[in-house]
Design a protein around this ligand. Structure first.
Ligand SMILES: Cc1cc2nc3c(=O)[nH]c(=O)nc-3n(C[C@H](O)[C@H](O)[C@H](O)COP(=O)(O)O)c2cc1C
Length: 214
């Protein structure tokens, strides 16, 4: 092979065993909603957050911001989460079977005892299309999810905080920021994170009509 066709090392195929492990990691990820009462070290947290920042983003704007809550701030947030439950429980009671409803209610009340709560915001501006900005943040959130699996951690991405969006903004004090007042800083989801204390079954995946080849 001539020198000009040689690939940089980072593009070289990973080993077969690594590839198998990688797909196993994707399959192994589940939403974890029950956590051990054990802290996550700063070092590990730094690693999974650094993984989030490796995500692609529209025009490379890296338009995400993660507010990481631990300790007392996390405890205060749990109280807000309880309030969000009151806003959605009537919808869920009709949709979920009773055992799942009870589990979900407990989760909202305790956040599964997760020691870490991350509130994920997008920074939207007129330079980038709205949906692309949102998509970029979710790419980072997925990186975070997968890095958790690699570390033996568990996490659950949550849309529930959106039920109390304004309260969350005030709770974090982001409502006082100029970018928030300009309508550019937007809460997209929460991620609760910690050491798993249950091993839920894999949620079934639909295949029919989800991929269309032509
Ligand atoms: C954008 C988004 C919002 C979600 N919101 C919640 C939530 O508010 N509460 C919750 O318990 N799970 C939430 N989940 C987790 C989903 O319920 C879960 O991903 C889905 O049931 C598939 O299960 P799995 O993650 O174990 O594969 C959310 C997931 C995503 C991607």
């Amino acid at each position: 092979m001539s020198a000009s066709l040689e690939k940089p090392a980072r593009f070289a195929a990973f080993s077969e065993s690594f590839r198998e492990e990688f797909y196993r990691l994707l399959e192994a990820r589940r939403s974890i909603r029950k956590f051990q009462q054990r802290e996550v070290s700063q070092e590990i947290l730094d690693r999974v957050l650094a993984a989030a920042l490796q995500a692609p983003s529209g025009k490379n704007r890296q338009n995400w911001r993660f507010y990481v809550l631990r300790g007392e701030k996390r405890d205060e947030y749990v109280k807000l989460s309880q309030k969000s439950w009151l806003g959605i429980k009537d919808v869920l009671v009709a949709r979920l079977k009773p055992s799942l409803y009870d589990f979900t209610e407990r989760f909202f009340y305790t956040l599964g005892d997760a020691p870490v709560v991350i509130l994920c915001y997008s920074i939207n501006d007129a330079e980038e299309r709205y949906h692309t900005s949102i998509g970029s943040v979710y790419m980072a959130v997925e990186n975070l999810n997968l890095a958790c699996v690699a570390e033996g951690l568990g996490c659950c991405t949550m849309g529930a905080p959106l039920e109390i969006k304004q309260e969350v903004d005030q709770f974090l004090g982001v409502d006082k920021l100029a970018e928030h007042q300009a309508g550019q800083l937007e809460l997209l989801c929460g991620v609760v994170l910690g050491w798993p204390d249950h091993d839920p079954p894999k949620a079934a995946r639909q295949i029919d009509d989800r991929i269309v080849f032509s």
